[in-house]
Design a protein around this ligand. Structure first.
Ligand code: GDP
Ligand code: MN
Length: 376
């Protein structure tokens, strides 16, 4: 789950990380009031959207007086940035910049720990730096049993700064950011750029945070900040019904029992040149109501042209599943072709029950997937 810069900055401030002061504004009037409160001529108008690269898209503008500030606010509000419409801006004090740095903590699966990433190439597209000059990015794996002690934070800070006064400020920020990163179950806490001002202050002027969805149940305050997209809302609703559903944008709707089989099904669809509309694990049950709910979920996606049902009968018996499907499709009206692959316990009985129905029956996964791709 992502949050906005202004929300991340509020968390930063709570942990004592220095930020440039700012106010959230929904319209020009808000911005005029905020401008008075900031009491500093040079300000920055920043689009608040849940995507990166706002600067490049024209969503971050400096203003030196009320007129410029008003114009930028009016222009940025309503702007489209990578499919997100800007409905609020952050008006913040613009800091003078002597140097820009990149700082982040991310989860690293290789070292099974958080890593601190640092670069003197801040303010720019970090993916580009990582691609063309990877040696300019430092990575420090943090032992979770040790955390971020003073010596390590200072050692890290010396990678970016030479002056001890600046090193101390940066080290303090690295420690606070680590605390915040772990305590909020974040998967990313990024400052790009962390700046050095001409009067030698180290400040975060941007803030980006992403959280582990699986930890949101114990991060109630953060969970409240969730602003789901239409697709995410659907995924959330599916979750409350006991499904694990992820929208993928293709045209073959998938209903599968088991996450591993669901992944394999998507791979097979791709292999045969098709495109899965979703990932859907309905779990190990042949309950007709569950099948009905799952079908409704799949069919609510306008892009779905065919549905592929892939069931492996283990503890769940295929004849039970077949009965469940027949029962379910008495309740669902659809012209969309349905391909079913049933295998495992009582598969012969299961397939026999579906004989003569409108379903396309397949025995193997390859056969079923090819059929679905062809129909789509
Ligand atoms: P992003 O493009 O979404 O990452 O937005 P940022 O907040 O990182 O801003 C992009 C760029 O705008 C920064 O790298 C700076 O060069 C510039 N910028 C942002 N805030 C300030 C500021 O307070 N003062 C100055 N001088 N430049 C700023
Ligand atoms: Mn940035």
């Amino acid at each position: 789950m992502k949050i906005h810069e202004y929300q991340a900055k509020e968390i930063f401030a709570k942990y004592g990380i220095p930020i440039n002061p700012g106010y959230l504004c929904h319209n020009v009037d808000d911005a005029i009031k905020a401008y008075e409160k900031i009491d500093h001529n040079l300000v920055v108008v920043k689009a608040q959207v849940l995507t990166g690269g706002r600067g490049k898209a024209g969503g971050v503008k400096l203003a030196k007086d009320t007129i410029e500030m008003r114009n930028h606010t009016a222009n940025i509000l309503g702007m489209d940035i990578k499919g997100y419409t800007v409905d609020r801006i952050l008006l913040a004090k613009a800091e003078d910049i002597e140097a820009e740095y990149y700082v982040s903590y991310v989860i690293d699966r290789n070292t099974k720990s958080a890593i601190l990433m640092l670069s003197k190439e801040g303010g720019v597209d970090i993916e580009e730096v990582a691609h063309s000059t990877p040696e300019k990015i430092h990575k420090i794996a943090i032992d979770p049993t040790v955390g971020m002690p003073d010596y390590l934070a200072r050692q890290a800070a010396f990678l970016l700064f030479d002056d001890i006064k600046e090193v101390r400020q940066a080290a303090d920020i690295f420690q606070k950011l680590y605390k915040l990163f772990t305590e909020t179950d974040a998967s990313l806490a990024e400052i790009n750029p962390l700046i050095l001002t001409p009067d030698k202050k180290v400040i975060a002027i941007d803030a980006k945070m992403t959280f582990d969805d699986n930890a949101l149940y114990r991060q109630m305050k953060i969970n409240e900040l969730f602003e789901p997209t239409a697709e995410e809302r659907k995924e959330q609703k599916a979750k409350t019904k006991g499904f694990s559903y992820v929208h993928l944008g293709g045209d073959i709707g998938c209903m599968v029992n088991g996450a591993g089989l669901a992944m394999a099904t998507m791979d097979m669809i791709k292999l045969y040149g098709g495109s899965p509309a979703n990932f859907l694990d309905i779990g190990g049950s042949s309950n007709p109501t569950k099948v009905v709910e799952a079908m409704k979920l799949l069919l609510s996606d306008q892009d779905v042209k065919v549905v592929l049902i892939n069931i492996f009968g283990g503890i769940t018996r295929c004849d039970d599943v077949a009965k469940g499907l027949l029962e379910a499709f008495k309740q669902i009206e659809t012209d969309i072709p349905i391909v079913i692959r049933l295998t495992g316990t009582n598969e012969v009985e299961g397939r026999a029950l579906l004989e003569g129905s409108k379903f396309h029956i397949a025995e193997t996964m390859g056969e079923a997937t090819r059929k679905a791709v062809e129909l789509a």
